[in-house]
Every structure is written in structure tokens, then in C-alpha cells.
Write a protein that binds this ligand. Structure first.
Ligand code: ATP
Ligand code: MG
Length: 563
């Protein structure tokens, strides 16, 4: 299902918080958290969760923590820890001094597990992983109790101590919560809370060889920090019973409320770290920050402004039912922002040389051109006009069809901020027949506006002065996938089969107006008539300027909405 509804869905999470504040349920300020696992870069789906958690805290005078959920040493890395912080900050959110790591709580979590064992609420199970799976039962059949379920407290404590001290190999034992093997909720069938893992952790090094499981760690980390509302995605709905069981079993002072919402799915994208890692590792894209990736670092490099992403997250709202948002809506939000915030400049992507026959050989005129038609505060610059210019090759046709109003032999058009020009002659390569240049005349009376005799033209073209223009490479991006739902082919075809081979086009011979020579990496512009572009932050340098196309001018979303 593709969601095209633009109005935010009723925000049930806000309503819960409003109620809790009214009844003074927590008797202190509300506290949320964003809890990424540092096993990959963040994507636009995470942005939804970040905006929601930080946004709720800000709206209700509370705070939001950043907490790394780092209990899986094999897959985690300091590179991810750093990129995640950079991305959250770039999105515009501040965790102040509240940066936490689940690994900071390992000692406390160990004590909590000991407490459960002492109270007969957890046991060491020595079944293999396969056996545990078999004993678990199915959705329709109850599970079978582990033969180790009734070990004595002493034996359990002894084994747990020895697990910690490194006596056993990976998988030899796990600690399981003693709940109910017949529960209709499979999550509650004696879930593992600790496992043995001989692996070096990026923060605790080799101090531990046992690690707490997600369901045990998460609720207790929330409780330790004093989180009031623990917001997570729908796939954790069944785990809520376990979240509450652990906190009740340990009788902790602070018991946060877990609330689930629907994750963001986006057309033409895969929002899963595992799949994104695959694209990076197989070299399908050029790293996590490839501008075609839906990663935060990718869309940042692509030129998406953080305000536009926050606005997008606001618009899609928060719902209880899964849906897929159209990529066109995200692009619409980006365009809406850039339309107002970027200066408009002229760039020719596929240059066609134009000689103005009646223009004096060495003359240069500097024409005033405002940076934004509706925003005089952006100021203006002077553009050089001279005898030899470049226009866009696509703006000329030798034998134009009916609806082509741009330049053609014998036809007159306006050059933006400059003059009317008329095409007098086409020069072609004798051998290939390829168009090499146009010879035109200009009307000096039309400078900066219309003709004194009132004659009209049907098109206004962008252009640059050949002698003054600077060269640049421009990278045009399209959807990374050829189908909107690469992840759900009916016949099970792998998502990588739908990679769009034309998702990146490099134009290496572009000409830009001279003022862009000093454009800073990351700076954004509208190239008139072409779209929004930004200077690449990775590959661009003073001697080789490279622009990324952020988004085209055409707004598909407006079309979808008005259908
Ligand atoms: P992935 O499925 O991409 O691997 P994850 O859920 O494993 O992501 P975490 O680092 O555990 O990634 O996620 C941190 C937080 O972001 C969690 O609270 C998670 O629910 C939320 N989150 C992850 N993906 C989305 C999404 N597509 N939409 C909204 N929230 C998301
Ligand atoms: Mg996760």
C-alpha cells in the first residue's frame, strides 16, 4: 500500500503523554531515548524515530537520551558509534550530556540476572541453540520445558559465575528467564537473557565473555536512566510482555511504558541496515554515504537539508499500522525547502556553443541578475555577457516538433537576464553531421527585459559566457531501484536484482557561471530550469569542482496529490 495522505495521522503517542502529564503518572519530566545499535549507519527510517523521540521530549518540556544499544560485540564498531552521533547532531538534535551505552550497565545487568536466579526466576539452560528452538514449540503448539529448568539456585549461581569467568565456550549455556513454556506469546517461553560470547567489545574490550540479550538489556537500561516513554517500532509489540515481566520480576523503582509505532517504509529504497551493508560490501554503491543511499550520510551528501527531513517526518505522522511512504513525498519536502532557501544560478550541463555574430569581438557587458525572484535579501550578482556563449544542447532543435518553443533556425528566444537572440545559421561537422555551433544575432534593445516594439518570444533560456564560465562535473542521480518495492518481489527475487543501472550519470563537461568557482563544499543552489544541486563534500576540490543533483525541479508529488 502506498500512502498518499499528507495530513499527519492522529498522534496516539502524544495523547498518551498528555494523559500521563495530566494524571501526574511519573511525577517528573518526561524522558525518551533514541537507542541505536552501532552496527551500521543510520537511515531515513531512523530519522523518523529520532524526530519522534527528540520531538516529543522537546514538546513536553522533557529530555531525550542517546543510548547505544551495544550488546552484540561481533557486529558493532566505533565507526558506527561516531557516524550515528554525527547524523543525529546534523538532523538538529542535542542529547546534551546524556550520551549513554548499554555496556555501561553490564555490571548492573549482571547483578539483576543474579537477583533473578536467586529468586528462582531464571536458570542456566544447557540445551544447544537447536534444541532450544525445538523445545520452544510453535504458534499453535506449546513448548516443552527444558530438562535444566529446575536446577537449584546454588547450581545456577555457580554455573553463571563460571560462565562469566570464561570457563565455557560460546553456546555451552544460556541464562533463561523462567516464565511459561505454554504461553501463547512465544516470546514468553523462557527467553534467553544472557549468552556466552567470546568476543572483544568496542568499549569493554575483553572484560566480558557473557553478554545480556536485547529484551533483558533494553527495559532495564530504560529503567536505570529513568525513561518514562519507551517508543519503539511495531515488531516489538510481542516483546512488550517480556519488557514488563523483567521489570516486574525485579521490582524496579522505575517502570517505563513501552509504546510501539509503525516503522517508515519508503518506495524505491531498502531501509534495513543488513541490506544496506550488502550494497556497500558488494560495491553496488560507493560506500554508506553514496548519494543514492537512503542513509542519513547519503542524503546529507546528496544535499537534502535537515529541515526538509524534519518536515517530512512531521508530515508522515505516527501510526499504528504499517504503510509505505512515496519517495516523491520526501523529494517534495526537499524541493519545498530548497525552492526558498537556495540562490538561483545558471549552469549549462550539455554545452552548445553560440556565436553572436553582431556582438563586438572583445566586448563584455556585466548584467545584473538577482539570486532569487521573491527574496531580494539574497542580493544579486553581475553576469558577464560576451560574443561566445554556451546554451543547453537540449534547448536547440534543428527541426523542431510542434510543441518545441525553444531555439530553432530562424527563431528568436530570450536569454535570461540578457538579450533576445535569433538563430541565423547552424554549423555542422562535415563528416559526422553533428551540430558544432550556432550563429545568432542579438538585439541590443532587449537588454534585461522585453523588446521596445512589443514583440514576444516563447522561451527564456539559461546560458553562460564561454570565456568566463568555469568547468565542472555534475552527477545526476535517479532511484537506486527500478521498482518501488525492491524488497517484496512475489517470486522471492533478491532485491539486488532490481538495481537501476542508470541511477548515476556523470556529466563531465558542464559550464557554470563564474561566481560558482568559490562555491563551498556542501553549498546548495538552484541551477535555473534544471533542478537543485550541491557541491559534493567528498570528491569535489578546488581544481575539480563536482556538483550533485539533489532533486529535479519537477514535482511528482504535486501530480500524485492532485490526481
Ligand atoms: P534495521 O532494521 O535497519 O537494521 P534496527 O531497528 O535494527 O534497524 P536500531 O539501531 O535497533 O536499528 O534502531 C534504533 C531505533 O530506530 C529503534 O528504536 C528502531 O525501532 C528505530 N527504527 C529503525 N528502523 C526504523 C524505521 N524504518 N522507521 C522508524 N523507526 C525505525
Ligand atoms: Mg535493532
Amino acid at each position: 500500500m502506498t500512502s498518499t495522505d499528507q495530513s499527519p495521522s492522529s498522534n496516539f503517542i502524544r495523547n498518551i503523554i498528555i494523559d500521563d502529564l495530566q494524571t501526574n503518572k511519573y511525577n517528573r519530566q518526561i524522558m525518551t531515548r533514541f537507542p541505536p545499535e552501532p552496527n551500521g549507519y543510520l537511515h531515513i527510517g531512523h530519522a523518523k524515530s529520532i524526530c519522534l523521540n527528540f520531538g516529543l521530549a522537546a514538546e513536553f518540556g522533557g529530555v531525550c537520551n542517546l543510548r547505544f544499544d551495544d550488546t552484540n560485540p561481533g557486529k558493532e564498531d566505533i565507526e558506527y558509534v561516531e557516524s550515528i552521533q554525527e547524523d543525529v547532531r546534523w538532523l538538529g538534535f542535542d542529547w546534551e550530556n546524556r550520551l549513554y551505552y548499554a555496556s555501561d550497565y553490564f555490571e548492573k545487568l549482571y547483578d539483576y540476572a543474579v537477583q533473578l536466579i536467586q529468586e528462582g526466576k531464571a536458570y542456566v539452560c544447557s540445551l544447544s541453540a537447536d534444541e532450544i528452538r525445538q523445545y520452544r514449540g510453535t504458534l499453535t503448539e506449546p513448548g516443552i520445558e527444558s530438562p535444566y529448568r529446575n536446577r537449584s539456585v546454588e547450581d545456577n549461581l555457580d554455573l553463571f559465575t563460571r560462565m562469566r569467568s570464561g570457563e565455557f565456550p560460546d553456546g555451552a549455556h544460556v541464562v533463561r528467564a523462567k516464565i511459561d513454556m505454554a504461553s501463547s506469546n512465544v516470546v514468553m517461553r523462557d527467553p534467553a537473557i544472557y549468552r556466552i560470547r567470546h568476543a572483544t567489545h568496542h568499549r569493554t574490550g575483553d572484560k566480558w565473555c557473557i553478554y545480556p540479550m536485547y529484551d533483558f538489556t533494553h527495559c532495564l537500561s530504560d529503567s536505570i536512566e529513568g525513561i518514562t516513554h519507551s517508543v519503539c517500532t511495531l515488531e516489538f509489540e510481542n516483546n512488550r510482555a517480556l519488557y514488563d515481566w523483567v521489570l516486574d520480576a525485579l521490582d524496579v523503582a522505575r517502570h517505563p511504558q513501552q509504546i510501539e509505532f509503525a516503522r517508515l517504509n519508503l518506495t524505491y529504497a531498502v531501509l534495513s541496515k543488513r541490506k544496506m551493508i550488502e550494497l556497500v560490501e558488494k560495491g553496488v554503491v560507493n560506500g554508506w554515504n553514496d548519494p543514492r543511499m537512503p542513509s542519513i550520510s547519503g542524503i546529507r551528501r546528496r544535499g537534502y537539508p535537515p529541515e526538509a527531513i524534519r518536515n517530512f517526518c512531521e508530515r508522515i505522522g505516527v501510526a499504528k499500522r504499517d504503510s509505505t511512504v512515496d519517495m516523491a513525498l520526501l523529494e517534495h519536502c526537499v524541493r519545498e525547502n530548497l525552492n526558498e532557501s537556495t540562490p538561483r544560478v545558471m549552469a549549462v550541463l550539455k554545452p552548445l556553443r553560440v556565436v553572436i555574430d553582431n556582438y563586438p569581438e572583445d566586448q563584455v557587458e556585466w548584467l545584473d541578475a538577482p539570486y532569487h525572484p521573491d527574496n531580494p535579501r539574497m542580493g544579486s550578482r553581475n553576469l558577464p555577457f560576451s560574443k561566445v556563449l554556451y546554451i543547453e544542447a537540449d534547448d536547440f532543435m534543428e527541426d523542431p516538433p510542434k510543441k518545441f518553443y525553444r531555439l530553432a533556425p530562424g527563431r528568436e528566444v530570450r536569454l535570461r537576464y540578457a538579450f533576445y537572440i535569433k538563430c541565423e545559421r547552424v554549423v555542422k561537422d562535415n563528416q559526422t553531421g553533428e551540430i558544432q555551433e550556432l550563429h545568432c544575432t542579438y538585439d541590443p534593445e532587449t537588454r534585461g527585459g522585453g523588446a521596445p516594439d512589443g514583440r514576444k518570444v516563447k522561451a527564456t533560456l539559461h546560458w553562460v559566457s564561454a570565456d568566463h564560465a568555469i568547468g565542472a562535473e555534475v552527477r545526476l542521480y535517479d532511484h537506486l531501484f527500478t521498482r518501488p518495492d525492491p524488497d517484496s518481489a512475489k517470486d522471492g527475487t533478491d532485491f539486488k536484482a532490481f538495481i537501476n543501472p542508470d541511477s548515476l550519470k556523470k556529466l563531465t563537461d558542464c559550464r557554470l557561471e563564474p561566481g560558482l568557482a568559490n562555491a563551498a563544499p556542501g553549498s546548495r543552489y538552484q541551477f535555473e530550469r534544471l533542478g537543485y544541486f550541491c557541491v559534493d563534500t567528498v570528491d569535489s576540490c578546488e581544481s575539480a569542482l563536482i556538483f550533485n543533483r539533489t532533486v529535479t525541479l519537477k514535482d511528482e508529488w504535486a501530480k500524485i496529490r492532485n490526481k
